[in-house]
Design a binder for this molecule. Structure first.
Ligand SMILES: Nc1ncnc2c1ncn2[C@@H]1O[C@H](COP(=O)(O)OP(=O)(O)OP(=O)(O)O)[C@@H](O)[C@H]1O
Ligand SMILES: [Mg+2]
Length: 464
């Protein structure tokens, strides 16, 4: 529908005018002046009609030629559609109809007809009535005509003009209500259209992002895989060179080969991380659970990172409270989690600082993080769990970053002049591995006050 056009213009009387108000106006007009009135739309539809049958009409309709003449006359009056001003149409009975056009905003929207009425100056029964049928009795006709309302010309002009103005008012207020409702409909429709468009744009953007994400993952997987093979050769050959298989190396040569080797190791670790992350994202890194004492994992971790910490001048303390009962975990993956966290702790702690690891037995309730699942949380039985923690006295992390650091490639100080190395992958791998165990990882930290990372892992749900 063309809303703009119908908003600006009124094309049809029946769209705008309030039928009840129109009927009320016609009825009071009739009660006041005893003059029949009918309102027609532009195409001739009768919109309102208040009349009483006149005595003369009843009389004339008693004769067949009278009936024919009467209906012909009614047809003529109905067909009248005056363009300029009001017109009068005489009836063969001597009565008269006045047809007044209804205009609004320069358009002809319809007309109203007042009559029949008897012009006040007419006194005799006209010949046009008597010639219709021999049986018409002039005296009876005169009596019947006498019952018809008599109106002087200037009076009929005045009262029809008055009625025209009242109709104009009804049209105006009807038009206003019509406009308001059309505007409301238009604005609702517009909001709906905008919403639909936005939803569609969002959907398209989402689809594009998903596709990009898929391409990125494939790219990462392929590139990492292809890089790994030549890298293994580089590491292998530098190993052989360093061990003197290809002849003795002098001090400087030895040093260069060592650098090639250690950078190669670093690169390999990075590529392995990328591959891991990719597999985790695709959900195809299966866990190999076996019963392990969580306390043993922490002892093992301390041994692994001790040389690194000593080299940096950072103290290591271990605090194991229970958690010695075996629990089904993937030891390789949990070690990876703890190692990534410990590596960060040492990296972000200046010389002279300290790092503490620990583990304790605890309990976990399913969905405890999920605000919407409050009811379920109350009903769920807590599960046996362990909580590992890795604490440091290092630079700390502002609370606004506590969530973001778990995103891939995110680093708090992302500048190129960054003091600490790394790629920003460690924590994203941690998060995914912990998720895969059905656990939870979070950080407690303030800038300058060190950081504590906690990892809670529940016992696997037997029913799941
Ligand atoms: N113990 C910590 N103290 C202070 N900041 C930390 C700590 N652990 C992590 N961060 C911040 O979180 C960021 C993300 O850590 P993440 O382990 O994911 O990346 P990375 O250590 O920079 O690089 P990668 O682990 O890939 O070598 C770090 O760059 C650092 O800004
Ligand atoms: Mg890291």
């Amino acid at each position: 529908m063309d809303t703009e056009l119908s908003l600006a213009d009124v094309a049809r009387l029946e769209d705008v005018v309030d039928r009840a108000a129109l009927a009320e106006v016609c009825r009071s007009f009739f009660e006041l002046f005893s003059l029949p009135v009918r309102v027609f739309s532009r195409d001739g539809t009768l919109l309102s009609d208040v009349h009483e049958e006149q005595a003369i009409c009843r009389y004339v309709n008693g004769f067949a030629p009278g009936r024919a003449a009467c209906s012909a006359l009614v047809g003529e009056v109905r067909a009248l559609d005056p363009e300029g001003g009001p017109v009068e149409h005489p009836c063969f009975t001597g009565a008269c109809y006045r047809v007044v056009p209804i205009h609004y905003q320069g358009r002809r929207l319809g007309r109203f007809v007042v009559g029949p009425y008897m012009p006040a100056e007419r006194r005799e029964v006209p010949r046009s009535l008597l010639v219709l049928d021999d049986r018409i009795d002039p005296r009876a006709a005169r009596d019947a005509l006498g019952e018809m309302p008599r109106v002087r010309q200037e009076t009929i002009e005045r009262i029809t003009e008055h009625l025209r103005r009242v109709l104009d008012l009804i049209l105006f207020s009807g038009h206003r209500a019509y406009l308001t409702s059309q505007m409301h409909v238009a604005s609702v429709r517009e909001s709906y259209r905008e919403l639909t468009e936005k939803t569609q744009r969002l959907q398209e953007a989402y689809d594009r992002l998903k596709e990009l994400d898929r391409l990125k993952s494939n790219f990462l997987a392929t590139v990492s895989h292809e890089l790994r093979t030549p890298l293994t050769s580089i590491i292998g050959y530098s190993d052989m060179l360093a061990s003197g298989i290809a002849g003795e190396l002098n001090g400087e040569q030895q040093e260069f080969v060592e650098t090639i080797r250690s950078k190669g190791d670093h690169l390999l670790a990075l590529i392995t991380s990328l591959l891991d992350l990719n597999k985790l994202e695709q959900g195809n890194l299966p866990l190999r659970r076996e019963p392990v004492a969580p306390s043993a994992l922490i002892d093992d971790l301390a041994k692994t990172v001790l040389p690194q910490a000593q080299k940096k001048g950072v103290k290591v303390e271990v605090d194991v409270q229970g958690a010695r009962d075996p629990m089904p975990l993937d030891p390789v993956r949990i070690k990876q989690v703890l190692f990534n966290l410990a590596e960060n702790a040492i990296k972000f702690t200046p010389k002279g600082g300290s790092v503490r690891f620990g583990v304790r037995a605890t309990e976990m309730v399913d969905g405890a993080d999920d605000e919407g699942a409050l009811g379920l949380v109350l009903m769920a039985a807590p599960r046996r769990a362990v909580e590992f923690w890795i604490s440091d006295s290092g630079i700390g992390i502002p609370s606004s970053e506590h969530q973001k650091i778990f995103d891939a490639f995110y680093q708090v100080d992302g500048s190129s002049t960054r003091e600490h190395g790394g790629t920003g992958l460690g924590l994203s791998i941690v998060k995914r591995l912990v998720d895969a165990h059905g656990g939870r990882v979070w950080v407690e930290s303030k800038p300058g006050e060190g950081a504590t990372f906690r990892v809670a892992i529940p016992e696997p749900d037997e029913l799941a």
